[in-house]
Design a protein around this ligand. Sequence first.
Ligand code: GTP
Ligand code: MG
Length: 304
Amino acid sequence: MPSNPPNETYEDFKAGLVAIVGAPNAGKSTLLNRMLGQKISITSKKPQTTRNRILGVVDQPKAQLIFLDTPGVHRASKLLNVRIVDAALATIADADLVLVVTDAAKPNTDAERYLVAKLKEHRKPTILALNKIDLIPKPDLLGLIDQWAATHAFASVVPISAEKGTQVEELIAEMVKMLPTGPPLYPPGSLTDLTERFIAGEMIREKVFRLTGEEIPYAAAVTIDEYKEEKQGQLVRINATIHVERDSQKAILIGKGGAKLKEIGIAARKEIERMVDCQVFLQLFVRVEKNWSRDTKAIERFGY
Ligand SMILES: Nc1nc2c(ncn2[C@@H]2O[C@H](COP(=O)(O)OP(=O)(O)OP(=O)(O)O)[C@@H](O)[C@H]2O)c(=O)[nH]1
Ligand SMILES: [Mg+2]
């Protein structure tokens, strides 16, 4: 008979929660997706893309890292953003390890100073990922590392490119070193605790972020009104609503003859099809929910 270890003690196994924090647009969600090898967290060129805590599980031979991707930290004034930033900062308290991600090519000094001050309140082990090194001249790197090391007692500073995958394995190895010993917290291969229904809504919101300009992305929230698997799982039927704050925004979102909404729908459908690995029927509606981002009840209804 093959001899399994009588009862695994996990003496040499490490597991823990890693909060991914940083200024908006630093590349946090891109990094999470890169580490997972799969897209669960939406990304865009525009700041403040992520609005919820996004959990992703990375299994290693001797470790399990549970990442919590968070919205970009900045000094917010709008009610929606205040709530979102508070939630991001609260994640630090839940974490065993904090991973700060910064854009090496374009540091956001103000937001990052604020974040470093918050880190000092928590005294959690913290690693810094100096991201987007594909965009900076190599000789600049040492100076940047020194500058950052002077601001906080980081356990280590790892230059990476989340987009290209450069040094991401090394970063994971650094994080594993800092995790507590213990059994995996999720069954191996878990990936995330998010439903496909939720991620589908996020993918629609991502296309709004990527395909519209001005204030539209910031005025938009998405709800999934219906999500049905049909034909023995060979088809997913989705009805979703994009909520905006004003009639003028609704008109822009729909576009001439419905062209913009159609473009968003096609892009979102393709992305959702990749995730669920079957055909998707996606129907999008646009609704005006006057000034929802200033209204606590509406904000909560939209899941923020
Ligand atoms: N060149 C380059 N671009 C990157 C890299 N990592 C991320 N990006 C880009 O940076 C932009 C922001 O990436 P996100 O992952 O959405 O950033 P984020 O930190 O999650 O942003 P928020 O959710 O708004 O806080 C996107 O356009 C990414 O493609 C990188 O290593 N190199
Ligand atoms: Mg993000």
